[in-house]
Design a protein around this ligand. Sequence first.
Ligand code: NAP
Length: 226
Amino acid sequence: MKVALIGGTGDQGLGLALRFVKAGEKVIIGSRDIKKAENTVNTIKNMLKDEECRNLSAMSNEDAAAEGDIIVLTVPLQAQIATLKFIEKFLDGKIFVDATVPLESSLGGKPTRYVDLCHGSAAERTAEFLKGRNTNVISAFNNISSASLVNINEDVNCDCLISSDHEDAKKEVMKLAEKISGVRAIDCGPLENARIIEKITPLLINLNIRNKIKNAGIRITGLSFE
Ligand SMILES: NC(=O)c1ccc[n+]([C@@H]2O[C@H](COP(=O)([O-])OP(=O)(O)OC[C@H]3O[C@@H](n4cnc5c(N)ncnc54)[C@H](OP(=O)(O)O)[C@@H]3O)[C@@H](O)[C@H]2O)c1
């Protein structure tokens, strides 16, 4: 499976790419600007060993979407639909993971406030946009801070809450999430639960600010993991 990060040049894309590359996955950094994608690839190469980066490449967002098997969208809310318009024709038969969080900062407001969308959540907005295509939309990686992800010498001490209406695709993404050292993937049921999961992120940002930290995360207790 090749993992393509659309908007992979930002904080979250870089963090996820680092972890997936470190875990031995084939990773493509996508960008609107291939030079920017190449710079991110070089950043990753400077942080990891050469032999770990053999399956890492830089592409335009469109080529990354065409080439990848699991496509992960890591762009701000205001870029979500605009980016989907460029890549939608490459998404048939693919697993599409949306990490978008509707933060008010996308609209010039506070990062500690959620923006209510008429679709219920950013992931449901994506699913609505891709309706009619054979694309399995998953919501994941919304609550994992990029600061934890880029700190590659330490485990990421939090859970990844994952929701989707496509059970097999959800299992694939759960396996991918658990490649991030320290992360447990939690099956949070249907995609409509993304409207609850995405709302946790502004709370975590609030906790980061109040406690002068950058890596607040969430763990679910009481579940048994064998
Ligand atoms: N950062 C975190 O800790 C974190 C944690 C959980 C969830 N998230 C969510 O993950 C998503 C990405 O977060 P981020 O912090 O990585 O965002 P970011 O750094 O602001 O942006 C990521 C990338 O999106 C592309 N982009 C930005 N503005 C765009 C526009 N107007 N049109 C098209 N593409 C645009 C850029 O890629 P190119 O210029 O290379 O095309 C940029 O490098 C957000 O929805 C955020 O809420 C972030």
